[in-house]
Design a protein around this ligand. Structure first.
Ligand code: FRU
Length: 494
């Protein structure tokens, strides 16, 4: 594999030399060059947090998949590591697909991934062969491949994305599959040594007959319940729901080793933004369940791809998960991210008059904004904040829409790339929004982690201002704070 890794690094060097940074993230994980999608192999090993990701180092388009890699001692400052896995054996000839990593009983880091092959060597036309494979690392950086560990039964078109965890001394592997009848399923295997794996059961089948595959499943305990996260393929768009071509969601229930999963909630979306897919979680040493997801799209070309910026795809910020008393999954940025704040302003109480704008910052490509709106005292029919504002009427509008009682993230006038808006329903009273703004994205957290809306935001050319807006009525803000943000890369090298 060494030669393949060297070739991949060289290709990334060449692409990096021409990278255009206008939308390149400063505090989100992305490759130094090339394409990324799903987070893979989230783990804590040898005193560091490891984040791997699906990666094509040769272009800003999806292509032969590698595992890119970054690591951090504190989840705040990150080091770029060499590419960890490249296609090199027969089973992963056309791609080292998604998977997970965990420390094994011998103190090595064990990586589990899907080896992907197209039958005809070039595309899906004659189907594929997908099998679960394994690799091992002593230092968490350099891996040795151990080959296939779970073969695919003949004829299944989708069989991928192993997530491995240990529970009560036994190893469990779950992954997504498409049944012979074309239904989306999650399969479960078990192991006593993390190397030999035995089929246990089909843990879950999606009740929706349109759904033919469940990508990137994850399964973990939270409080007294178990959460099954997955990405159903084939789900129909319906009203405000499932608007993305790729949807991530979850169900909550009960489970114990050797038992069926007893589902207790309906499918619900994990995030309500336009770009949020393939989330994966892991447990930090202090017991937090932390999630990263991919912000990107396979179907709608994004501005950095269209313009050939040399990179595409980023992960969300790390988020801590918990369940509320209605078994809804909540998420908020990990508190470590407060450490990125570099100065800032507490603007206190503010009022914006009818049809007025209130400029706050002239040029802020990145920011951490906490905004409180008193919905009872405000009369505006839409009100909120415009970020990445490059000209009057141009920018990404994060607002409360009083007619639909929803928080919206609208990028109709932002700049190049996908348009549209996403939204989430809220109750009256006081609305708190925490907005993490990077050079090409916004993540909006509503209330106390009640919901998140994660979307790209590629501003047009020019200074990127921030301003408040109240439409057809007034807006009352009991509080507003804006902080500048530093970057996450060691030595400030992007
Ligand atoms: C989800 C996914 C996975 C697959 C990987 C390939 O985004 O399609 O199912 O392993 O991406 O890059």
């Amino acid at each position: 594999m060494k030669q393949q890794l060297l070739d991949a690094e060289r290709a990334a060097d060449i692409l990096r030399a021409t990278r255009n940074d206008r939308w390149y993230p400063t505090f989100h994980i992305a490759a130094r060059a090339g394409w990324i999608n799903d987070p893979n192999g989230l783990s804590y090993f040898d005193g560091r947090h490891h984040v791997f990701f699906q990666h094509n180092p040769r272009s800003e388009q999806w292509g032969p998949m590698h595992w890119g890699h970054v690591s951090s001692a504190d989840m705040l400052t990150w080091r770029r590591e060499p590419i960890a896995l490249a296609p090199s054996i027969a089973e992963d000839r056309d791609g080292v697909f998604s998977g997970s990593a965990i420390e094994g009983p011998d103190g090595t880091l064990l990586a589990y991934y899907t080896g992907h092959r197209w039958r005809n060597g070039v595309n899906e036309d004659e189907g594929n062969l997908q099998v679960q494979c394994m690799a091992e690392s002593r230092d968490g950086v350099h891996f040795e491949k151990l080959g296939m560990i779970v073969d695919c039964p003949e004829g299944l078109p989708h069989f991928r994305d192993p997530k491995v965890f240990v529970h009560e001394g036994t190893g469990y592997m779950i992954f997504g599959a498409s049944s012979a009848g074309g239904r989306g399923q999650v399969w479960m295997y078990t192991s006593t040594d993390m190397r030999e794996w035995t089929f246990d059961r089909i843990l879950f089948e999606d009740p929706d007959p349109d759904v033919f595959m469940l990508e990137c499943p994850d399964f973990f305990p939270l409080g007294d319940s178990w959460v099954l996260l997955y990405c159903p393929m084939g789900l129909r768009k319906r009203g405000y729901d499932h608007r993305n071509d790729h949807t991530s969601g979850y169900v909550v229930g009960e489970w114990a080793p050797g038992r069926e999963f007893n589902q207790r909630t309906d499918f619900a979306m994990t995030d309500f933004g336009a770009e949020f897919y393939a989330p994966q979680t892991y447990l930090t040493p202090d017991g937090r369940r932390v999630l990263y997801a991919w912000m990107g799209s396979f179907t709608i070309p994004a501005a950095p791809q269209i313009d050939g910026d040399g990179w595409f795809g980023q992960l969300t910020v790390p988020r801590e998960l918990w369940l509320d008393d209605r078994l809804r999954l909540r998420n908020r940025p990990i508190t470590e991210l407060d450490g990125l704040r570099r100065g800032g302003r507490d603007l206190g109480e503010l009022r914006v008059g009818t049809n007025q704008t209130l400029p706050l910052v002239d040029d802020a490509p990145t920011a951490d904004i906490t905004l409180r709106i008193d919905l009872e005292a405000s009369t505006a029919e839409r009100m909120g904040i415009i970020v990445h504002r490059t000209a009057p009427g141009r920018g990404t509008y994060i607002a409360y829409d009083a007619q639909s009682s929803r928080v919206i993230v609208d990028r109709r006038t932002t700049g190049p790339g996908n348009l549209g808006y996403r939204s989430y329903p809220v109750e009256g009273g006081e609305l708190t929004l925490r907005i993490l703004l990077d050079r090409g994205s916004v993540e909006v957290f509503i209330g106390d982690g009640e919901a998140s809306i994660s979307s790209y935001s590629f501003p047009a050319e020019g200074a990127r201002g921030i301003e408040l807006l109240a439409e057809s009525g007034e807006m009352h803000l009991p509080g507003l704070a804006i902080h500048q943000l530093g970057g996450i890369w060691e030595d400030d090298v992007l």
